[in-house]
Write a protein that binds this ligand. Structure first.
Ligand SMILES: [Zn+2]
Ligand SMILES: [Zn+2]
Length: 248
């Protein structure tokens, strides 16, 4: 990745996809096909399964909410994921995020759009925001993978992408390094709404885009911050949801 200084604290540079045609070699099976994930791999590794309306974990058919959400609903109102964070998505997403594999962007954008097919149409045109990265993380990576998805997904779903509404106030240790019980405390106070723009959120639906949701504690913290600033509804749109450990 180029080491240019990011032009915005929470966003980094906007990455343009090269205009050449993508090689038609499938990134999963390496067979020749159309697109970076061929139709056979898509059918095999992106089956449509029922998911909890609230947190996007897999649920049995005919069940709207998982047990966890029935017992203690998260502060966001709905979550949409296309796949579980498992093979091959646990390779494709890091390839995009850490190694800048931009040829995978169309596949991941399409996955978020497909995930949102079940949205309530009356939820209103959303303001679409990305989970902001810290300055340090942006400098090391050069771009914010969530923003790269958010700005491409927003027009597809009738929303407007906004890179400046949500601020990251401080860096936090990598969530993955922490036991699940400590993750909520780790992100508390890490995000804020740009003070001059709080008024814009009143009665709005906000969609928070991320590549993967693991425990949901980051999304829950951001949803709380958005609602305190007046947002009426917060949805989380993602490519992949990490299954509960006992599911696999
Ligand atoms: Zn394939
Ligand atoms: Zn749930």
């Amino acid at each position: 990745m180029p080491a240019d200084r990011p032009d915005r604290a929470t966003r980094g540079r906007d990455l343009a996809l090269p205009s050449r045609r993508w090689p038609s070699l499938c990134a999963v099976c390496e067979g020749w096909g159309r697109g970076r994930v061929c139709a056979e791999c898509h059918a095999r590794f992106a089956p449509l399964v029922p998911r909890c309306r609230r947190c996007a974990l897999q649920v049995p058919a005919g069940i709207a909410l998982c047990g966890g959400c029935l017992a203690a609903p998260p502060s966001f109102d709905a979550a949409f994921a296309r796949v579980d964070y498992a093979y091959p998505w646990d390779r494709l997403i890091p390839a995009f995020k850490f190694r800048g594999a931009l040829d995978l962007v169309p596949v991941l954008v399409e996955a978020v759009v497909e995930a949102c097919a079940g949205r309530e149409p009356d939820a209103g045109p959303p303001l679409v925001v990305a989970v902001p990265l810290s300055d340090a993380r942006l400098r090391e990576r050069g771009f914010n993978q969530a923003w790269e998805l958010a700005r491409r997904v927003a027009p597809r779903l009738g929303g407007r992408a906004d890179a400046d509404l949500l601020l990251r106030l401080r860096d936090t240790p990598h969530q993955i390094a922490l036991p699940p019980g400590e993750r909520a405390g780790n992100v508390r106070g890490a995000f804020a709404v740009e003070p001059r723009r709080r008024g814009e959120l009143r009665d709005r639906t906000v969609a928070l885009v991320d590549d993967v949701m693991t425990t949901g504690s980051t999304a829950a913290e951001i949803a709380q911050v958005l609602k305190q600033a007046g947002a009426a509804r917060v949805e989380v749109w993602m490519v992949a949801r990490t299954p509960r450990p006992e599911d696999h």
